[in-house]
Design a protein around this ligand. Structure first.
Ligand SMILES: [Zn+2]
Length: 89
């Protein structure tokens, strides 16, 4: 079940995305290497450095949320509301 505070806090939403996205471990979106290290942050989102190709990326890189001006927590709320409205969750 989605904790309701993800809709009110961007950092909680970012934590949820991080957990869901990297549940099998962090891999580079560009070269698929798992030789990655934590490398600061991008706003609320964890940044990583790939030691294989030297690129940096963050939790949102390569997802539908990456270039959106809409906050992640609002995306999650919209998706949640849609699923609830259609009785899918
Ligand atoms: Zn890489």
């Amino acid at each position: 079940m989605i904790p309701l505070d993800v809709f009110g806090s961007e950092s909680v939403a970012a934590d949820l995305l991080e957990q869901v996205r990297w549940r099998d471990g962090v891999t580079c979106p560009r070269c698929r290497s798992d030789r990655t290290v934590r490398n600061g942050s991008y706003r609320e989102f964890q940044r990583y450095l790939c030691k294989n190709c030297d690129r940096t990326f963050n939790d949102k890189t390569g997802t539908i949320f990456a270039h959106s001006k809409v906050a992640l927590r609002r995306w999650l709320f919209s998706i949640y509301a849609f699923l609830r409205f259609n009785r899918l969750c």
